[in-house]
Design a protein around this ligand. Sequence first.
Ligand code: UTP
Length: 287
Amino acid sequence: MKPLRKIIFPAAGMGTRFLPATKASPKEMLTIVDKPLIQYGVEEALAAGMEQIIMITGRGKRAIEDHFDISTELEANLKSAGKSKLYKEVSRVSRMAEVVYVRQKQALGLGHAVLCARHWVGDEAFGVALADELIVGPKPAMRQLSDVYHKTGNSVIGLIQVPADQVSKYGIVAYQAGEDGLLRLTDMVEKPAVEDAPSHMAIVGRYIFTPRLMELLHDVKPGAGGEFQLTDAIAALAKEEPIHGVVLEGQRFDAGNPEGFLMANTLLGLQHEQYGKALRQLLKDHL
Ligand code: UTP
C-alpha cells in the first residue's frame, strides 16, 4: 500500500458565488466563527494523519500563505502585551503543518488544479479536500476516508445522500454495496438531470486517490465551460481500479455560497462555548 502523507487543497477558484466578498480576499479565508475555512480543512487533514499540505493558489490568494506563515512582529507584540492565549494560538497556527504552495496560473477547473500538484505528489497516494465544503461531526471527514484507505489501499471518495431536487447540482455516483460493507463506485456523472441520475448519492469535496489518478488527469479533455473536470478522471479510474465511497457522518455545508456559510456559522456559533449562549438568545429574540 502506498503511504498517505500528502493532501492537496485546491484554492485557486474565483469564488464567484460569494462576490463581492471574494473580490479582494480569498474564499478560503472566509471566517466560520473565529477561524478561516482553510484552517478547518488543514486541521481536519492533520487529524487524519496527513503531514504535507499542498495548497493550489492563484492571483489574490496571498492571505492564505500569510495565515500559515510565522508573523514574528505579531507574535512579539502579543507576547510583550501579555496576551499569552492569543500568542499561543497564533504561533500554533503558523507551525501546525508543512505547507507548500503551487500556483495555478489560470483557473482551468478543479481537475487542472489537482494536476498542478503532480510533482509534489510523485508516486504516493494523496488526499484532496475542498476547504469551502465544511463537514461538521464527531469524526473528522478525512479520517473517515483514511480509515478505509488504510484497510483497502484503494481510492476513497466522500459521499452524501441528497434530496431529488438537489441531484442536478452535484457529481452523482453509481455504486454497488460490497460484502465487506463498503460501497464500490462503478460510475459517476457530473450534474445529471434527476431522471438520468444513477442514484441520489453525491460526491462531496473529500477524496483519497492512488497515484494513477494523476496519470489519468493528464488525458482529461476540457468539458463544460472549458474546465478540466476531476470527475472525468475519477470515472476513468473507476474502470481500472476499485474506488470506495464513504457516506460521511456529520453535516456538510457548502460555505462557498452565502446561504451555506450562514448556516455553518450559525451551527458552529451555537456549539461554541464562549459565543453559543449569546447567539441562542439572539435567535430566540428574533424567531
Ligand atoms: P468551486 O467551483 O466550488 O470554486 O470549485 P470556485 O470556482 O472558486 O467558486 P465559484 O463556483 O466561482 O463560486 C471547487 C474548488 O476547486 C477550486 C476552488 O478554489 C474550490 O476550492 N478550484 C476551482 C481551483 O483551485 N481551480 C480552478 O480552476 C477551479
